[in-house]
Design a protein around this ligand. Sequence first.
Ligand code: NAP
Length: 242
Amino acid sequence: MTSVTIITGGSRGIGAATARRLATAGHDLAIGYRRDHTAAKAVLADIEAAGRRGVAVPADTTDPDQVQRLFDAAADLGPLTGLVNNAGITSPIGPFTDLRPDDLRQVVDVNLIGYVLCAQQAARRMTSGGAIVNVSSAAATLGSPGEYIHYAAVKAATDTLTVGLAKELAPRGIRVNAVAPGIIRTDIHAVSGVPDRPDTAAGRIPLGRAGEPDEIAGAIAFLLGPDATYTTGAVLRIAGGL
Ligand code: NAP
């Protein structure tokens, strides 16, 4: 049976690297994104160049109707077998006391409510088993003091979501795992106001450098694939020792 996998936030960063990786591993792919059409089209072209089918759908994961549209579009590729819950944001780095309510709400909306809405759609549609990978963060256990504690707390919620869903969905043959990246070289750091964070933070990472999106994509491919059939409820830390 063909693997049909949805990747939210598949237009850039970790999601885009994962799409390219999964295409070479034989998955047909539906990638969701918010507004970067050009980047999404480039990923789609690479999926097709790898000989797989793909669809790119603008779908804000905080909106249940748009999430449904993404999953409906994926259904045209065949029965859903995989979901990578990846679309995430941070907000400006700074002290906790400066956190603005709008930024807090947005981080909760995208990183938690969006993940729950997508996992719910996946759980309803994976009638013959499947696998979900939630992209969490090493921040969940580090707490991110002075940077974005609210983001870290929401990522900890992702880990709990992973553990609970793994147990609830196991009888239906649906595995649920998470990856917890450390500091990875993507555009997300520009949104938080520190675009050069992968370089400036290198000194406090035991392996001495930031990670690359491909180094997360490989772990996601493993968790979705045939070598992980007994792995569920795991949070795989990929953080260079952080
Ligand atoms: P990124 O490069 O900024 O890419 C984010 C992706 O998510 C883009 O495809 C973006 O779409 C999409 N997106 C954002 N908000 C969305 C929404 N509301 N609905 C649908 N799509 C949305 O980010 P990244 O660094 O690859 O991060 C991916 C995941 O890894 C996130 O969950 C993040 O928290 C986690 N993570 C990242 C790091 C790191 O250091 N980079 C570390 C730990 C965890 P558009 O292109 O259309 O804007």
